[in-house]
Design a protein around this ligand. Structure first.
Ligand code: ATP
Length: 367
């Protein structure tokens, strides 16, 4: 019995829906179990419902339908404080006239916590966040990244069960974002706090998450580890959303078990069994391959594709090559030492393993 309960998920979201007072249905049937200590990232384009879901978890927005449990207890009707949840928002307003120490201590001071206890907690959080040398400074004498750390520290200092973050890095420049990404991952490792993090940035999701929840138009598309989502996307949306540059897609009707990728003919029997081939005859499929999943020399078990180079972008570690294949465009990521000339005609080869096929109608992956 004990083992059973230990295995039980820590946070469970069951059939969660949000219908705003104006009738807009922002979140549909959201189901997710979260284990203690997990780092979960909700990702998706603007308006997909990720902040709404986070706000329902925080208790800042009521849940229209469904059950939200923490440690087996239903908390739908509890306020944010009772739930033991702390949240860091996009705009982290620090008190400008207070030192870092006082900003960190503020919440505990209000609660009447003993000075000695506060000091110990502030010092501990400052140590975890690398703010020990800045405790006497005012926020205006800090960098954006340091201010963000104070904001995280203010949430961290309270004993909470769950830590929520809504686009906490959006006010930082590109370089600071990269630094803070690894810092937040490190903080999570040090504290072990169950964390739910919202972002529209797939790189943040890929680099930080234990598991990613991809959302679109209020619906969960897929839940999985970064590896899983990258290599086993369930549909065209996830395949296109995760990865930069995105996966290349070509739509084509199946004729005689073959499709056209520009003028190139690809025999689908390398991917589909006879029954599937037959079922898709005359129907549209989406052919997909990732920009980096190609080779330039012919190898066994590869499909040859010919095209013309439209544009190249040298990025240092690789070159993005924009290909034109009779009206079909795709991007290849290749070794910069082999950057082809613009307008030249080249062949590249896609390993069978790296080919994805999706149903043209449902856009779901064909297994
Ligand atoms: P973003 O990255 O832009 O913040 P998001 O994925 O977090 O997007 P939400 O803020 O959750 O999206 O919004 C989801 C949908 O619900 C959007 O279409 C939004 O316009 C709508 N919405 C949000 N708040 C309300 C509200 N109070 N009343 C009605 N509709 C709302």
């Amino acid at each position: 019995m004990k083992e059973e309960s230990e295995k039980m998920a820590y946070l469970t979201l069951k059939g969660i829906n949000k219908i705003y007072p104006n009738g807009f249905h922002a979140v549909h049937d959201f189901n997710l179990d979260i284990e203690k200590g997990e780092f979960i990232v909700f990702v998706g384009p603007s308006g997909c419902g990720k902040s709404t879901t986070l706000r329902m978890i925080a208790g800042l927005e009521n849940i229209s339908k469904g059950d939200f449990n923490i440690g087996g207890v239903r908390v739908n009707e509890m306020g944010p404080k009772q739930r033991g949840i702390a949240m860091v928002f996009q705009s982290y307003a620090l008190y400008p006239q207070m030192t870092v120490y006082d900003n960190l201590a503020f919440g505990l001071t209000l609660e009447g916590v003993d000075e000695d206890v506060i000091e110990e907690k502030v010092k501990n959080v400052a140590r975890i966040l690398g703010l020990t040398d800045y405790l006497d400074r005012l926020p205006r004498a800090l960098s954006g990244g340091q201010r963000q750390r104070v904001a995280v520290g203010r949430a961290l200092i309270r004993k909470v069960n769950v830590f929520l973050m809504d686009e906490p890095l959006s006010n930082l420049d590109a370089k600071q974002r990269v630094t803070m990404r690894s810092e937040i991952t490190q903080i999570h490792r040090n504290t072990g706090a169950t964390t739910i993090y919202v972002t529209h940035d797939q790189t943040e999701a890929m680099t930080m998450a234990d598991r990613i929840v991809v959302m679109k138009e209020g619906y969960i598309q897929q839940v999985g580890s970064p590896y899983d989502l990258y290599f086993n996307p369930v549909n065209v949306f996830v395949a296109g959303f995760i990865g930069e540059p995105p996966m290349n897609f070509v739509r084509s009707k199946v004729k005689g078990g073959k499709i056209n990728v520009g003028k190139n003919v690809v025999d689908l029997s390398v991917k589909l069994d006879a029954a599937k081939l037959k079922a898709y005859e005359g129907k549209e499929v989406v052919f997909g391959f990732r920009p980096e999943a190609i080779v330039l020399e012919k190898e066994e078990n590869t499909v040859e594709i010919k095209g013309q180079v439209e544009l190249t972008e040298l990025l240092g570690d690789n070159t993005n090559v924009y290909m034109e294949m009779d009206g079909v465009r795709s991007i290849l990521k290749i070794d910069p030492h082999f950057t082809p000339e613009v307008d030249s005609k080249i062949s590249f080869f896609i390993p069978y393993d790296a080919i994805y096929l999706f149903d043209g109608e449902t856009e779901k992956v064909i297994k």
